[in-house]
Design a protein around this ligand. Structure first.
Ligand code: CU
Length: 187
């Protein structure tokens, strides 16, 4: 009985290890040496297939848009909140254009992003305020952790262009994602 239990346990463990390594195949990891890691996004430019955007949120707090850069997949609706005890405006310029007007604390207005590219988010009441929304073709993107590291998980095998966006500037390189294993990229 002990032997059978042991065999089942070993089989289950091997199965678990195989499935874990399978799930992690094609992860792209790396780092970006930038002074403000929370101002950067690393993403794959194009992945075959059609992807749909989940919704997201951008806040205005102490006259700052939070987060500074928000990556979304095309089709996503972003809710812009005002958490300050004063009026803010939200407008976008760049790959797409919109103006949500001005509104006060506790209110939110939203915009749907269908055009790929970079949109600067501004407030016409406070010129010092600024943020970015990156409308991407696919969900294979990563923000950086506090140490500047990124991790794009479960990328389908293939040849891609990977881009590192930092404060309105972009660097890119080619990457080959194998069927199995992680790849490390440094910009
Ligand atoms: Cu404002």
């Amino acid at each position: 009985m002990t032997k059978i239990k042991g065999a089942i346990f070993v089989t289950a463990t091997i199965g678990l290890l195989l499935s874990v390594s399978y799930l992690r195949a094609g992860d792209i990891v790396g780092a970006l040496a930038v002074p403000k890691p929370d101002h950067a996004v690393v993403y794959i430019e194009k992945v075959p297939g059609t992807f749909h955007g989940g919704n997201a949120k951008m806040d205005q707090r102490s006259k700052v848009f939070v987060p500074y850069v928000l990556p979304v997949v095309a089709g996503a609706t972003v809710e812009f909140h005002n958490s300050d005890n004063l009026q803010h405006n939200v407008l976008g310029v760049g790959a797409d254009k919109f103006n949500l007007g001005s509104y006060s604390q506790g209110m939110a207005r939203s915009n749907t992003f269908n055009k790929l590219g970079e949109i600067a988010i501004l407030c016409n009441i406070h010129p010092e305020m600024g943020a970015y929304i990156l409308v991407l073709q696919n969900p294979y993107f990563s923000l950086l952790d506090g140490g500047g590291k990124f991790h794009i998980a479960d990328v389908p095998p293939g040849d891609y262009v990977i881009k590192a966006w930092y404060q309105d500037k972009t660097k890119q390189q080619n990457v080959k994602v194998p069927a199995k294993g992680n790849i490390t990229i440094s910009f």
